[in-house]
Design a protein around this ligand. Structure first.
Ligand code: NZQ
Ligand code: ZN
Length: 390
């Protein structure tokens, strides 16, 4: 196990009716806030009315900015920065999913920063200033941004989708009420499940030895997600299944499962190029890239993939060849994605092979070869994209 420091400052307020606590929880910060949200789901569900009523009841002053789109983009971030500066807003309340939360974090970074906030996504330089505090009301369990230190923004002009992380970006608190997920379309449930599973895979598949506890926590969380996703697959109004999924999605990316071990992150780097060029849903892109990556790297990491196939995918292991067990483990994962209606090939996403060279070059352009389990250069990435074709 590697040395580590684990510091997660995000307070979780979890359960039924918790969205009504937003105003009371924000009041002690003593700041005028920016209420930031997406394209309309919170108005249709009535959540917008609950939140604004709670803010007014607590005497929290706010300005608002809606319109965040999935795979959030820079122009709205700049608009949010401008609004905060103009009205002296000192905090951002994100009401939405990963896209709204990431856009909020970008605004929180940009307001006190002297230059163009996009420069930070390019340089990865840590802030030498204090970003505005961000709080969230989560409406889709998926990205884990509600307690991660990360933000992912797309620059449509340069067709780049880049992440940035700094400890100060972890939200101060996040409200998670599983009842708010009842209005999610089936597709977004499946996307979220795929994303949170990938956040665990990125940590689980490692070269680090003596990680028994975090291995076991990863495996238990993956099994919990799969079991409860199957319940939601038949009934999107099952509170208990959503509660299990939401708790798992949070643990999947608050980095408790990643401490003390080298992490991978090749699949996320490869997927971000799919989203940047083709605007595909992040979870859908991951369902295509992940099994291909597993097929490509597993022959050189048989012990890890055997453990995954036996302990997560529950492949029957006695008297069988290791290769067969691993192949079946990966096939079962693909089968699970298909059960949820997720795509498992580039063709289903409409991605053209002639773009693979550009996507592969871009995937390795920021930090060089991707992946911790295995360092993948542009040729490896192209090969994996090809393996993801039918
Ligand atoms: O915009 P509205 O109308 O709210 O609709 C949203 C959006 O269309 C809808 N939705 C959300 N909650 C709903 C709802 N519809 C009905 N009922 C509700 N309760 O769902 C759609 C998708 O929302 P989005 O926020 O884009 O989804 P998600 O949470 O999956 O976020 C994806 C983004 O997060 C980034 C991804 O790259 C992508 O840009 N990620 C962020 C990470 C982080 N900050 O730590 C890590 C992840 O790996 C990921 O990269
Ligand atoms: Zn993700």
């Amino acid at each position: 196990m590697l040395n580590f420091i684990y510091d997660n400052k995000t307070t979780l307020i979890f359960g039924k009716g918790t969205q009504h606590e937003a105003g009371r929880l924000l009041k002690p910060f003593g700041k005028k806030i920016l209420l930031h949200y997406g394209g309309g789901s919170i108005r249709r569900s009535g959540l917008y009315d609950s939140i604004t009523a709670s803010l007014k009841a607590a005497g929290v002053e706010y300005e608002e900015l809606g319109g965040v789109q999935p795979n959030p983009t820079l122009p709205l971030v700049y608009e949010g920065i401008r609004l905060c500066r103009e009205h002296g807003l000192g905090m951002v309340l994100a009401v939405g999913g990963g896209s709204v939360i990431d856009s909020s974090k970008a605004i929180a970074l940009g307001v006190p920063y002297g230059g163009d906030v996009w420069d930070l996504y390019l340089s990865k330089k840590q802030p030498d200033f204090e970003p505005l505090p961000v709080a969230t009301v989560l409406t889709i369990p998926a990205a884990g941004s509600e307690s991660s230190p990360n933000t992912v923004i797309t620059n449509e002009e340069t067709r780049r989708k880049l992440g940035y992380g700094a400890p100060a970006l972890r939200p101060v608190f996040s409200i998670i009420n599983p009842e708010l997920f009842f209005t999610l379309p089936h597709r977004q449930m499946a996307n979220g499940v795929s994303d949170m599973m990938s956040h665990i895979f990125e940590r689980y598949f490692t070269r680090t030895l003596h990680t028994d506890l975090s291995d076991g926590l990863c495996e238990a969380t993956l099994r919990t997600i799969m079991r409860n996703a199957r319940i939601l697959n038949g009934n999107l109004h099952d509170y208990d299944a959503w509660a299990e999924i939401a708790f798992s999605g949070n643990i999947a990316h608050n980095n408790l499962l990643g401490v003390g071990r080298e992490q991978d992150w090749a699949c996320h780097a490869m997927e971000h190029e799919l989203s940047a060029l083709y605007h595909v849903d992040h979870g859908a892109g991951l369902a295509v890239v992940t099994p291909a990556w597993m097929k490509y790297v597993s022959p050189r990491h048989r012990d890890m993939f055997l453990q995954f196939s036996l302990n997560v995918m529950r492949v029957e292991g006695s008297c069988r060849e290791t290769e067969t067990i691993i192949r079946e483990g990966i096939a079962r994962l693909e089968g699970f994605y298909r059960e949820l209606g997720l795509p498992t090939s580039m063709e289903e996403l409409g991605i053209r092979p002639e773009d693979f060279p550009l996507m592969a070059e871009q995937a390795i352009s920021v930090r060089g070869p991707v992946g911790g389990l295995e360092r993948l250069d542009a040729e490896d990435v192209r090969n994996i994209y090809r393996l993801a074709c039918r």
